[in-house]
Ligand binder design. Structure first.
Ligand SMILES: NC(=O)c1ccc[n+]([C@@H]2O[C@H](COP(=O)([O-])OP(=O)(O)OC[C@H]3O[C@@H](n4cnc5c(N)ncnc54)[C@H](OP(=O)(O)O)[C@@H]3O)[C@@H](O)[C@H]2O)c1
Length: 277
């Protein structure tokens, strides 16, 4: 039987990079996409095909999917991983920044999904694996836009699961906890640039410390572990609907279900203060 074909978006670093490697090591023909093509060079020796991809550019997304179909004629798995964290106070951030956050984290994911669905539907099978976050279940101050996008990914994925079930296509959500990637540094830098000097400066300093702490291997999860959940979602005979993964992921999501809002608010505030130090 021909090897299954997977597309991984945002594969130049972090979770996407490790997912591309792990899928390739487990028998998938993998196409890795991101804007920084040079950063994907190390994937090539494993047979991974590297393509430029910007999930805010329709022509770029169409180009990648068309290239995969021209090569392989099939797409079995789409891993929608490309994303970033846009942090800062709602008051101070330009709405354009909120739109940019939605463009990458939600509309890019939706458009890539649209582009692979005709092929998957015709085949009567396929898997869409959406990298959400535990941040799609809980929330932090100064994270309005990021959490709004991840809550959106959760709702979009749940509705899509029902929509695609009659067509034999599975939809899985991956909910990583803090993971050691470039994500935290990028998020902290943006936060301090937008809210580090105004009325939210004290909160911004604390949150920047929390975001930067995601890069600490002692308290965060390695991206290889998250890639393991992606592999399970891609290969399990009956994949789970969602995979909370990493340190504290299950506890955080379970407590959110159990605790009333104000108690959860207090718990979040206390825990974040402790992490910020
Ligand atoms: N790290 C965490 O603590 C954590 C926790 C929960 C969920 N997540 C989620 O996991 C996913 C992966 O993040 P990560 O932690 O691995 O962060 P990362 O190391 O910063 O990787 C992000 C990836 O997204 C790509 N990307 C960003 N904008 C893009 C665009 N417009 N078009 C195409 N690719 C784009 C980047 O590639 P280029 O810049 O080269 O395009 C990069 O490969 C994200 O959706 C993130 O929200 C992360």
């Amino acid at each position: 039987m021909a090897q299954p074909v997977a597309i991984v978006t945002g594969a130049s670093t972090g979770i996407g990079f490790e997912s591309a490697k792990l899928l390739a090591a487990n028998g998938f023909t993998v196409y890795a996409g991101a804007r920084r093509v040079d950063r994907m060079e190390p994937l090539k020796p494993q047979g991974i095909k590297v393509l430029p991809l910007d999930v805010t550019d329709d022509a770029s997304m169409q180009g990648m999917v068309a290239a995969v179909l021209a090569d392989q004629g099939r797409i079995d798995v789409l891993v929608n991983n490309a994303g970033f964290g846009s942090f800062g106070s709602l008051e101070e951030m330009e709405l354009a920044e909120g739109r940019r956050q939605f463009d990458v984290n939600v509309f890019g994911l939706a458009r890539m999904t649209q582009l692979v669905l005709p092929t998957m539907r015709a085949a009567g099978r396929g898997r869409i694996i959406n990298i959400s976050s535990i941040g799609g279940k809980f929330y932090e101050p100064l994270g309005t836009w990021y959490h709004a996008t991840k809550f959106a990914v959760e709702g979009l994925s749940d509705a899509l699961r029902l929509e695609l079930k009659p067509h034999g296509i599975r939809v899985c959500i991956i909910e990583p906890a803090s993971t050691v990637t470039e994500w935290g540094g990028i998020a902290a830098e943006g936060l301090l640039a937008s809210s580090g000097g105004g009325p939210y400066a004290a909160q911004a300093r604390d949150m920047a410390a929390v975001l930067a702490s995601t890069e600490r291997p002692a308290t965060s999860t390695r991206p290889e572990v998250v890639a393991g959940a992606v592999l399970q979602a891609a290969t399990a005979a009956r994949p789970r609907t969602r995979y909370p993964v990493g340190r504290g992921a299950r506890a955080i999501t379970a407590l959110r279900r159990l605790l009333p809002d104000r108690v959860y608010d207090l718990a979040v505030t206390v825990v974040l203060k402790r992490i910020a130090g």
